[in-house]
Design a protein around this ligand. Structure first.
Ligand SMILES: *[C@@H]1O[C@H](CO)[C@@H](O)[C@H](O)[C@H]1NC(C)=O
Ligand SMILES: *[C@@H]1O[C@H](CO)[C@@H](O)[C@H](O)[C@H]1NC(C)=O
Length: 397
C-alpha cells in the first residue's frame, strides 16, 4: 500500500517538476532552470534512496544531470564583429546611447538615430565614439524621416546588407489608472512603440534579409503582465511583442534571427527628471473630466504621481545587464527568443507564470506602485450613497 502511494507521489512530483522545467526553459529564464533542475534531482535522489535503488544508479543519474547542465551552460563562442553594421533607434539617452557606445567600441559599424542631432546625447556620442559611428536624425513616427535614414544607411553600406537592427526607441507618454489615462496617451504610446517600430522594422527588413542578420527589440515586462497604471504603455508593448514574435517565425526561412529583450526598471530617458513628472501630472489634472476627478479625487491621482516618481528614482542606474544582452543577441550563434535582463525581472515572470492571478497581481502591486489611498467615491460607501441620493434628489427637484 505504502509503495503504491510513493509511486503516485513520485509521479506527481515528476510531472510537476518536468512541467515547470519545460515552461521555464521555454521562457528562457537564465537562473530558474538551475533551481528547478536541482529541485528535481534532489527529489529524485531522495525517492530513489527510499526505494533502495543501487547507489551506482543514483550516481549515474547525477552524472547525467551534471553533463546535461554543463552542455546547456557552456559559453558559446561569439560571431566575429568584423564588417557588421547595426542600426539603433532612440540613441539620445538611456539604453540606445549606451548600446551605441558599446557596439561602436566592440567594432561594429553603428548607425545611431537621435531625435535631436544637436542634443546632449548626440554630442556625447560624437565625442566618445569612433569615426565609424553615423548619427542620423530620425523621429520614428515620421515615415519620411525613416525613409531618409534608409537612404543614408544604404549610401554608406553600398552593396552590403545590414547585420543588426536594434529597436530601442520607445516612450511612456503618461501613467495612471486605465480609466484616467487619456486617449491621447494610448495613441501616443501606440504611435511610437508600435507603429514607429513597425515602420522602421519593415523599412530595414530587405537589408536585414540580405545579411541574414538580427532584429533585437527592447520591449517591457509591462507588455506581458498587467502592471498597475501602465495600461497604455503595456498595451503598446504587448502589440509590439506579438508583431515581433510573428515576424520571428516568418523570418526563420530567411535566416534572420529575432530576439526580444524585457528589461527590469532602469533610469532612462525622462524618468529621473522631477520637472517631467510635475508637468505630466499637471497636464493630466488639466485634461481629466471633472466627473472623473470628483470620483477618484485629486489626492488619489497625486499619490499615483508620487509613487511613480519615487519608483523612478529607485530604478537601477547601471544599464550594463541590458547592454550586454543586446550585444549577446547580436553576436551569439544561437540567440534566445526572449531575454529577461536585469534584477528581479526573471522572478517576476516566474511568479506570473506559476502562481494564481490573485497572488501575482498582489506581487506586481507590491513590487511596483503600492497605493494606499483609494478612490474618493469608494471611501465611505454610505456617504457616497447619500451623495448619489442627494444628487438624484436635486435632479428631481
Ligand atoms: C512606413 O509608413 C508609411 C506611412 O504609413 C508608409 O507609406 C510606408 O510604406 C511605410 N514603410 C514600409 C516599409 O512599409
Ligand atoms: C492637457 O492640458 C495641457 C495644459 O496643461 C495642454 O497643453 C495639453 O495639450 C493637454 N493634453 C491633451 C492630451 O489634451
Amino acid at each position: 500500500m505504502e509503495d503504491y502511494l510513493d509511486w503516485i507521489y513520485m509521479g506527481v512530483m515528476s510531472a510537476f517538476v518536468g512541467g515547470a522545467m519545460k515552461k521555464v526553459l521555454a521562457s528562457h529564464v537564465s537562473a530558474a532552470p538551475t533551481v528547478v533542475a536541482w529541485l528535481g534531482v534532489t527529489l529524485l535522489v531522495e525517492r530513489l534512496w527510499f526505494f533502495c535503488v543501487p547507489a551506482v544508479l543514483v550516481l549515474a543519474a547525477l552524472c547525467l544531470a551534471c553533463c546535461l547542465y554543463s552542455v546547456r551552460t557552456a559559453p558559446a563562442p561569439t560571431l566575429p564583429v568584423q564588417g557588421k553594421a547595426v542600426f539603433i533607434t532612440g540613441c539620445d539617452t538611456g539604453f540606445g546611447k549606451a548600446a551605441a557606445r558599446r557596439l561602436d567600441a566592440q567594432g561594429f559599424e553603428v548607425f545611431a538615430t537621435v531625435l535631436d542631432l544637436c542634443g546632449e546625447g548626440a554630442k556625447e556620442l560624437q565625442k566618445t565614439c569612433s569615426p565609424h559611428l553615423t548619427l542620423l536624425q530620425v523621429d520614428i513616427t515620421q515615415p519620411q524621416q525613416v525613409q531618409q535614414a534608409l537612404l543614408d544607411t544604404k549610401a554608406k553600406l553600398g552593396l552590403r546588407g545590414l547585420w543588426g537592427l536594434v529597436n530601442n526607441a520607445g516612450v511612456c507618454v503618461n501613467f495612471g489608472d486605465a480609466e484616467l489615462s487619456l486617449m491621447s496617451n494610448y495613441r501616443g504610446c501606440m504611435e511610437v512603440n508600435f507603429f514607429g517600430t513597425l515602420n522602421v522594422t519593415k523599412t530595414f527588413l530587405p537589408l536585414l534579409r540580405q545579411a541574414k542578420g538580427r532584429i533585437v527589440t527592447i520591449s517591457s515586462p509591462a507588455g506581458e503582465q498587467p502592471f498597475p497604471c501602465l495600461a497604455a504603455y503595456g498595451a503598446s508593448k504587448a502589440a509590439l511583442n506579438l508583431f515581433i514574435n510573428t515576424l520571428r517565425h516568418e523570418m526563420e526561412p530567411w535566416g534572420v534571427k529575432v530576439s526580444t529583450i524585457l528589461p527590469s526598471s532602469y533610469k532612462t530617458g525622462q524618468s529621473g527628471n522631477q520637472e517631467y513628472w510635475e508637468n505630466q501630472y499637471k497636464s493630466l489634472i488639466h485634461n481629466l473630466s471633472t466627473g472623473l476627478l470628483e470620483e477618484y479625487g485629486e489626492d488619489y491621482t497625486h499619490e499615483t504621481k508620487e509613487l511613480f516618481q519615487h519608483f523612478a528614482q529607485s530604478a537601477n542606474e547601471d544599464l550594463s545587464p541590458v547592454i550586454n544582452t543586446i550585444s549577446e543577441a547580436l553576436l551569439s550563434p544561437r540567440p534566445l527568443v526572449r531575454y529577461y535582463a536585469g534584477p528581479g525581472v526573471g522572478l517576476m515572470n516566474f511568479v506570473y507564470s506559476y502562481f494564481p492571478l490573485s497572488l501575482s497581481d498582489k506581487f506586481l502591486q507590491r513590487l511596483f506602485v503600492q497605493k494606499k489611498i483609494i478612490p474618493r467615491a469608494l471611501r465611505k460607501e454610505n456617504n457616497n450613497n447619500n451623495n448619489i441620493n442627494n444628487n438624484v434628489e436635486k435632479i428631481k427637484k
